[in-house]
Design a binder for this molecule. Sequence first.
Ligand SMILES: [Zn+2]
Length: 138
Amino acid sequence: MIPATFSQALLRGLRSRCPRCGEGSLFYKWLKPRERCPVCTMDLTPQRADDFPAYISMIVTGHLMAPLIIALSVDYDLGPMAMFAILVPLAIAMMIGMLQPAKGGVIAVQWWFGMHGFVKERLVEAAVPEAPGDEQAK
Ligand SMILES: [Zn+2]
């Protein structure tokens, strides 16, 4: 089912699901998008995520790590090797862990806005039934 809102489409992408139907998986390998959604058969080849997911991962990791770096250095007075041993593996794990959701999110954004050859699809607004009182007034 086509998502009703942009945030719904984005959430599906972040979960590595097809933004159109929300069921088919976007990737056949870790960061390799499928050519078609296995459920709704939407063509996924127009996606152009390129390096953007990596930039998103780095920016988010940096912003989450900054308070931790400050807290570790101010509150715990750790030496440089202890800081390195804690922060570098954590930063690498966070960046790698964020890549697939970020790529799914970028693909969902591109699909929602009909970029690069994606077909822009929207739910038709359901007609709002009139309240019973309105009919009697006519
Ligand atoms: Zn689909």
